[in-house]
Structures are given as C-alpha cells and as structure tokens.
Design a protein around this ligand. Structure first.
Ligand SMILES: [Cu+2]
Length: 74
C-alpha cells in the first residue's frame, strides 16, 4: 500500500522494468490465479491506496482503497 503518487511512480517503473521482484513488507506477489492474505496493522484511521504493480495492471485500473476506523472502546 502506498499513496497515489507513489503508486503512479511504481507503475511507471514496472513498465520500464517488468521483471522487478517485490519483497517489500507492503507487497505480495504470486502466480496468476493465486489468492492469499496480507496482514497489515494500520497505525491510523483513514483510507489507503493499494495497487497491482505487474507491468500495465495499475494503468489498466487494478487499484483501489482500503480503510477503516478504530473499534469503539469497550
Ligand atoms: Cu494485476
């Protein structure tokens, strides 16, 4: 997950270098058809951008937002 500007920059880099491997803690990569989970501990409330960084996918619209709020105190 990253901001729109960072995803724009990453998307352009993936067009230039399509075989780039991703091993950053905020990314997951696998073969077509794979499913999985990413555990992410948000440090603040809000909406956050996510994107597919396979070359051309971000530009084709594979991106979105995820977010939430702190649970109400018990
Ligand atoms: Cu994709």
């Amino acid at each position: 997950m990253a901001g729109v500007a960072e995803n724009d920059e990453r998307g352009v880099l993936m067009i230039k270098f399509p075989n780039t491997e991703h091993d950053e803690p905020d990314t997951a990569q696998g073969p077509a058809g794979m499913s999985g989970e990413i555990a992410w501990a948000f440090n603040r409330e809000g909406k956050f951008d996510f994107a597919c960084l396979i070359a051309g996918h971000y530009q084709a619209g594979m991106s979105g937002k995820v977010g939430g709020r702190r649970p109400a105190s018990a």
